[in-house]
Design a protein around this ligand. Sequence first.
Ligand SMILES: [Ca+2]
Length: 276
Amino acid sequence: MTGTRGYPLSYQIAATHSPQAYTLAGRLPAGLVFNPATGLLSGIPLESGLFQVTLGATNTGGTTTLAFTLTSRPALANQSATVPLRQSLNLQIASSESGAGVTYTATGLPSGVVLDPASGLLFGSPLQAGVFTSSISVATGGASAAATFTLTATASSLDLWRLANFGTTSNTGPAADSADPDGDGSSNLAEYTAGTDPNNASDVFKILTAIRNVTSYTVTASGKASRTYVLERREAQGSWIAVASVGPLGISGPVTLTDTAPPAKSGIYRIRVSAP
Ligand SMILES: [Ca+2]
């Protein structure tokens, strides 16, 4: 007979020839009781393992016995967690068991995530994005239970951008944030933000024209869809102040920003581009 720790269980001894009483020898898991008058075994097992007992049925003709194994499985539910790609994690597989003599297994984890079989702790950091349905088990005292642990490792938009442009989500080598594989002077992180192609030196965020009139200063720059552009100005000893803003752009194309009150003396301008 098999039950699960923490869940109600009942078992009626079946015997022929109208038994008058029943016997049970051996140890039952805590929480189960045996009724010798009715032969009913019932309760909620409070421990896991294999329990060897001997059942007996008695009538006027004598007693018949039967060796019987009661399996009380650990409780182990399907469970899930969502973690960011490459971020370290500490996830405890939840079960009814703890302490010495408990063993966990897990298969199908993303690379970078490992299991401590004694504690059921999943640790490390996922190196693959996606949904991983891991088969998990917990065993103690000869009884075991199986379930699934669904681990979702989510990729950020920057991860997905790296994957699209460099075939990897790893922030290393030519795909590193600080790298400039096309040699256009703009780092990968800057190209991600600007929405430009990190593998094409001619596609880079740049000022196209700058025109100073008597009452205005107008700058055009290469614009990309969904990006926002802010023209900022600084005068001597001053701080940067925003003087014009355009975006988010609906489509890619030149973006025009005008300072309608340029300083009488000199000033420095820059354009800040931001991604959604
Ligand atoms: Ca570049």
